[in-house]
Ligand binder design. Structure first.
Ligand code: 5AD
Ligand code: SF4
Length: 469
C-alpha cells in the first residue's frame, strides 16, 4: 500500500504559473539573490530547489549578501551551536536592510520546523520577512508573491509531509548531483532532532528517481549521490515496490552514469542484498558512509540505534571480504549521557580496529524534545571536549595510516576543482572509493575523468601524478 502523499500536479502548475507571472515583474528589475546553506547534503539539495525557483522568477545569483536583493539562510538544527550562530547572522543583516529597504530576508530549513522557532524569529527580527520549513519548498512562488505584496510570512506546517516532484533546481556544478530518494526519518535515535523536524519517512517512487537521473545525465552529470536520512530503509514500508538494493540495480544501468554514491546508511538496515549490490554493480562506488555513533553496545542501546558493536564490526568485515578496496567513513558522538570512560574507550578501540578513511566527530549536544536530552547522567562539557580531542587525535593517526596504503595506487579520478599556485595548477578529485587526491594538471580537465597514480601521502591528503588524461 502506498500511503505517501504527493503534491498534486494542479498545485505544482499553479505555483509554476505564479513564478512565471512574477518573472514579468522581476526580470526588468535585474534583481539578485544570495543563498547560504548550513548543515547536511539534504539542505544543499533543498537550496538547489530554492535557487531554481529564484532563477525561474528572474533573480540571478550573486556572490555576496552585501549586493543581494534576496538573502536566504537555509538552517540546520542537529546541534545546538547552530542556533546561536544563526541569530548572529540574522542580526547582522539589519544594516543591509537599512541600506536597501527592498531587500528580502528569508530563513528556511530544519531549524524553522522546531516548535515556536518561526514565531520567535519573526518577533525578534522585524527585518525578516519570510520563514519556511523543509516541506514548503513547492510553495515558494506563492510565499514570495505575498512577501512582495508587503506581507510577512511563516510557513512551517507539515502539509501532510507530501512529496513534490518536478520542482526547478539550480546546481553549481556540471559533474555531480544529489538525488533525494527519501525524506524524513522514523528511527528516533534518542539524541536526534531530525525525525521531529523533517517528519516521518517517505520514499520517492523509483520511476521518478530514475527519470531524474536520466535527465541529469543528459545534462552531462556522470556522478550521482542518492540521498536520504537512512537510504537503507528505502521502500521498507512497501510503498515503492522496491527496496534499496533493488533501487540500486534499477538505476545503475542508466546509460552514461559512471558513479553512484549514496548516503547516509544506517547499520541496522544494511543487509546482504545491499552488500551484494555494492559488490556487483560496476558503477556503485566502493565507499559507505556508515555512522557508528559509539563503539559501546550499551551506549548504542541507549541511543536507540538497534545494533551492537559486534554487528557493526561484522558489516565492515563482510563488506571488506566482498569488496576489498572499499572505504568507510563514519559519524561519532562522544559524551552521550551515561558514557563512562570505559564506554568511551570502546569507541576508541572500534576506531582503531576499523580504520575509517575519515570520521565526522561531534560532542553530544542535547536537543530539546529528544529522549537523550531528558536522561540524567549528562556528561560535563570539559569531559566531552577532552574525549573529542582524544578521538580526533586517534582518527588523525588512522587517516595518515589509511593514506599511506595508497602510495603507488593507480585509478580513475573525477576532477572536482583546482588550486592555482603561482605557475602551477593543482587539480583535485576523488577515486571512486571517495579518496581524494591532488595532482598537477590543467583547468580544462575539470569535470573529466583522468587516471592518477599516487606518489606521496601527507597528513591529510594524497598527492599524485596523471598517467593518462
Ligand atoms: N549531538 C551531537 N551530534 C549529533 N548528531 C546528530 N544529533 C546530534 C546531537 N544531538 C550527529 C550524528 C549524526 C550526524 C549527522 O550528526 O553523528 O550522524
Ligand atoms: Fe537522526 Fe538517527 Fe534518523 Fe539519522 S537515523 S536522522 S541520526 S534519527
Amino acid at each position: 500500500m502506498n500511503n505517501t502523499n504527493f503534491v498534486s500536479e494542479s498545485e505544482l502548475s499553479r505555483q509554476r504559473d505564479m513564478a512565471l507571472t512574477l518573472a514579468k515583474e522581476i526580470v526588468p528589475r535585474k534583481l539578485t539573490f544570495f543563498v547560504e546553506t548550513f548543515g547536511c547534503q539534504m539542505n544543499v539539495r533543498d537550496s538547489e530547489t530554492i535557487k531554481g525557483w529564484l532563477s525561474l522568477i528572474g533573480y540571478t545569483q550573486c556572490e555576496s549578501k552585501e549586493h543581494a536583493d534576496f538573502v536566504l539562510f537555509n538552517t540546520c538544527c542537529v546541534r545546538e551551536h547552530a542556533e546561536k550562530r544563526l541569530m548572529g547572522n540574522i542580526g547582522a543583516l539589519k544594516e543591509l536592510k537599512d541600506a536597501n529597504p527592498g531587500l528580502i530576508i528569508a530563513i528556511c530549513g530544519c531549524m524553522m520546523q522546531q516548535e515556536g522557532m518561526a514565531k520567535k524569529l519573526l518577533k525578534r527580527f522585524p527585518h525578516v520577512s519570510l520563514i519556511f520549513g523543509t516541506n514548503a519548498l513547492h510553495r515558494f512562488p506563492e510565499m514570495l508573491n505575498a512577501v512582495l505584496n508587503g506581507e510577512r510570512i511563516a510557513m512551517t506546517d507539515r502539509a501532510g509531509d507530501a512529496i513534490a516532484e518536478g520542482l526547478p533546481k539550480l546546481r553549481d556544478n556540471q559533474r555531480s548531483a544529489f538525488v533525494n530518494i527519501m525524506y524524513g526519518c522514523d528511527n528516533y535515535c534518542s539524541y536526534c532532532i531530525v525525525p521531529y523536524v523533517r517528519g516521518h519517512e517517505r520514499s520517492r517512487m523509483p520511476e521518478d528517481i530514475r527519470s531524474e537521473i536520466v535527465s541529469l545525465v543528459e545534462t552531462g552529470i556522470t556522478e550521482i549521490t542518492l540521498l536520504g536520512q537512512n537510504v537503507n530503509s528505502y521502500g521498507n514500508d512497501g510503498s515503492t515496490g522496491m527496496r534499496f538494493a533493488e533501487l540500486l540495480r534499477y538505476v545503475s544501468d542508466v546509460p552514461g552514469l559512471k558513479r553512484i554514491r549514496f548516503m547516509s546508511s544506517h547499520p541496522k538496515d544494511l543487509n546482504e542484498d545491499v552488500m551484494q549490490a555494492i559488490a556487483t554493480l560496476p558503477n556503485v562506488c566502493h565507499h559507505v558512509h556508515l555512522p557508528v555513533q559509539s563503539g559501546n553496545s550499551e551506549i548504542l542501546r541507549r541511543m536507540n540505534r538497534k545494533y551492537t558493536r559486534e554487528h557493526y564490526l561484522s558489516i565492515i568485515e563482510n563488506l571488506r571480504k566482498l569488496v576489498p578496496d572499499i572505504e568507510f567513513t563514519t559519524d561519532i558522538i562522544v559524551g552521550f549521557p551515561g558514557e563512562t570512560e570505559e564506554a568511551f574507550r570502546d569507541t576508541l578501540s572500534l576506531v582503531e580496529e576499523v580504520g575509517f578513511a575519515a570520521a565526522f566527530t561531534f560532542a553530544y549536544s542535547p536537543r530539546q524534545g529528544t529522549v537523550a536530552a531528558r536522561m540524567e547522567d549528562q556528561i560535563p562539557e570539559p569531559v566531552k571536549k577532552q574525549r573529542l580531542q582524544a578521538l580526533n587525535e586517534l582518527q588523525a593517526r588512522k587517516t595518515v595510516e589509511n593514506n599511506e596504503k595508497y602510495i603507488g595506487h593507480v585509478g580513475e579520478v573525477l576532477v572536482e576543482g583546482y588550486d592555482e599556485r603561482g605557475e602551477e595548477t593543482l587539480l583535485y578529485g576523488k577515486y571512486q572509493n571517495f579518496k581524494m587526491v591532488y595532482f598537477p594538471g590543467c583547468r580544462e580537465l575539470l569535470n573529466r575523468y583522468v587516471t592518477v597514480k599516487v606518489t606521496k601521502s601527507s597528513k591529510n591528503s594524497l598527492l599524485g601524478e596523471m598517467i593518462d588524461a
